[in-house]
Design a protein around this ligand. Structure first.
Ligand code: S3P
Length: 443
C-alpha cells in the first residue's frame, strides 16, 4: 500500500498513541500464568497483539475482549483468565508469532518450562532474526529447544522440561532475552540471575514484582526464584515509541505544537526524550502519574531549533526503537550527529541502519552508514521523494513524518507496515497535519 504525504503548513492537535506494545505483551502473558483474573485496558492496537493473543490462546488461555466496564465503555480492553502456573495446554498447531520478536522470545521462555512439545514460528522477517541468544541459555537451564542453523532461526521446536536456574551474563542488552530467561526462571529450581551489559527496558521485572514474584533487581543483576503470580489489572500507558514520531514531527516542523496524552515515561524507555532535549527540543511533561507501577505523562512539544549530538553507549537500549526517527530529526538539526553502538538495529524487523540511511538519503539528507550506526550532517532541506517502508513499521512511520516536513510530496510504499504497532498512525498523521496524507486511510 502506498501513502502520499504532502508538506504540512501547520502541525497541531493531540494525537493519541496506542497502548505500549512492550507492557501490553507482558500484561497478558504474565496474567495468563497467574491465579485469578485480570482486566487489561488500553491494550496495544496492532498486529503484534494479535500474535501474542493467538499464542496464548493456542496454549489454552481464555482472553476475551471487553467493551464496557460497569461504569463506562472500555477501549482496547481484554479480560484474561489466569490458568495458574501449571495448567497450560499442549498446542495442537504451530504457534504463530507473526512479525513480533517480543512474542516469540517471551513465549519461548514460557514454553521452555512446559512439559509438552510445541513449535513457534513467524513471518519471513521474524524467521530471519537471531534466536540463538534465547536458545543457548534456555538449553543451559535444561530445556530441549532447537532452531534452524547456527543462529537457531525460527521455527523453534521446544520440549520443555524441569529447569534449573542459571546465572547468565547477557551478550547483548536485550529486554526480550532478559524477559525470556526471567519467565523461564519462574519455573526453575533455584535462582535464575541475568546480568545486563547496559540497562534495557524493565517492564518484566516491575510487573513480576507487582504480581508477587520473588524477583530482585540489583542492577546489573536481576534475579528471580520459582514463584506463583497473582493476577493484576493493568491500565497500559501510551506507547513511548509511538509517541516518538509525534515528538520529532513537532520539534522539527517550523510551525507546530502537539500534546501527546498519557505517554509511558518509564526511565528505561525515555532515551528519546533525553536525546531530543539534548538536541534543544522545546518539550514539557505535564500531568505526571503512575498506573500499575509504570509512570506516564502528557508530553507537549513545539517547533524547536535542534542541534546535532552524539548518541551512543548506555543510552542505546533506552532509545533503540526510536533511532530511525531520531536520525530524521538529526538530518534537520544544525551540525553533525553521530549514532554508534547500535549494531542491534541490524537485526530488528528490518536492517534499520541500512533502511534509515537509504530513506533519508532519498529525501536529500547527508548520511554516512557505519557498521554500528550512522553519521548525519544536519541542516538538510529535505525534498519529497519515493521511499520504501522495507516491511518495517518504524521505518514506514519515520518516512511518513519526514513527508510532512519535506518540501513537495513523499510517497511511501509498504505503508501498511505501520499496523504492526500503530494501526491509526496514518489517520492521526492526516489529522495533525491538516490533511496532508492521501491513500486509503485518509479516505
Ligand atoms: C522489546 C525490546 C526491544 C525492542 C522491541 C520490544 C520488548 O528489543 O526493540 O521493540 O518488549 O522487550 P531488545 O530485546 O533488543 O531489547
Amino acid at each position: 500500500m502506498i501513502r502520499t504525504v504532502e508538506r504540512a503548513d501547520r502541525v497541531e492537535g493531540a494525537p493519541a498513541p496506542p497502548g505500549d506494545k512492550s507492557i501490553s505483551h507482558r500484561a497478558v502473558l504474565l496474567n495468563a500464568l497467574a491465579s485469578g483474573s485480570a482486566h487489561v485496558s488500553n491494550f496495544c492496537e496492532g498486529d503484534d497483539r494479535t500474535a501474542m493473543l493467538g499464542c496464548l490462546r493456542g496454549l489454552g488461555v481464555s482472553i476475551k475482549r471487553v467493551r464496557h466496564t460497569d461504569e463506562r465503555p472500555c477501549t482496547d480492553c481484554f479480560y484474561v483468565r489466569g490458568r495458574g502456573p501449571n495448567a497450560l495446554r499442549e498446542p495442537d498447531h504451530v504457534l504463530n508469532a507473526g512479525n513480533s520478536g517480543t512474542t516469540m522470545r517471551l513465549v519461548a521462555g514460557l514454553l521452555a518450562a512446559q512439559p509438552f512439545f510445541s513449535v513457534i514460528s513467524g513471518d519471513r522477517s521474524l524467521r530471519s532474526r537471531p534466536m540463538d541468544r534465547i536458545v543457548r541459555p534456555l538449553a543451559k537451564m535444561g530445556a530441549n529447544i532447537m532452531g534452524r542453523g547456527q543462529d537457531a532461526l525460527a521455527p523453534l521446536a521446544i520440549r520443555g522440561g524441569s529447569l534449573t536456574g542459571i546465572e547468565y551474563a547477557l551478550p547483548v542488552a536485550s529486554a526480550q532475552l532478559k524477559s525470556a530467561l526471567l519467565i523461564a526462571g519462574l519455573y526453575a529450581r533455584g535462582r535464575t540471575t541475568v546480568i545486563e551489559p547496559a540497562p534495557s527496558r524493565d517492564h518484566t521485572e516491575r510487573m513480576l514484582g507487582a504480581m508477587g514474584a520473588d524477583v530482585h533487581s540489583d542492577w546489573p543483576a536481576i534475579s528471580v526464584e520459582r514463584s506463583d503470580l497473582f493476577a493484576m489489572d493493568v491500565r497500559v500507558p501510551g506507547d513511548t515509541s509511538g509517541a516518538a514520531f509525534w515528538m520529532v514531527l513537532a520539534a522539527c516542523h517550523p510551525s507546530a505544537r502537539l500534546r501527546i496524552g498519557r505517554v509511558g515515561m518509564n526511565p528505561t524507555r525515555t532515551g528519546v526524550v533525553d536525546a531530543l532535549r539534548e538536541m534543544g527540543a522545546r518539550m514539557t511533561l505535564e500531568n505526571i502519574h503512575e498506573d500499575a507501577g509504570e509512570p506516564s505523562a502528557d508530553v507537549v512539544v513545539e517547533s524547536s531549533e535542534l542541534r546535532g549530538i552524539e548518541i551512543g553507549g548506555d543510552i542505546i537500549p533506552r532509545v533503540i526503537d526510536e533511532i530511525p526517527v531520531l536520525a530524521l530529526a538529526a538530518s534537520l538539526a544544525e551540525g553533525r550527529t553521530v549514532i554508534r553502538d547500535a549494531h542491534e538495529l541490524r537485526v530488528k524487523e528490518s536492517d534499520r541502519i541500512a533502511a534509515t540511511v537509504e530513506g533519508l538519503r532519498r529525501l536529500g539528507a547527508s548520511v554516512d552508514e557505519r557498521s554500528d550506526g550512522m553519521v548525519i550532517e544536519g541542516g538538510a532541506a529535505l525534498a519529497g521523494a519515493a521511499v520504501d517502508g522495507h516491511g518495517d513499521h518504524r521505518i514506514a512511520m519515520t518516512m511518513g513524518v519526514a513527508g510532512a516536513i519535506a518540501s513537495g510530496r513523499t510517497t511511501i510504499s509498504g505503508a501498511e507496515a505501520a499496523s504492526v504497532s500503530y494501526p491509526r498512525f496514518w489517520e492521526q498523521l492526516h489529522e495533525v497535519t491538516g490533511g496532508a496524507v492521501s491513500g486509503d486511510a485518509a479516505g
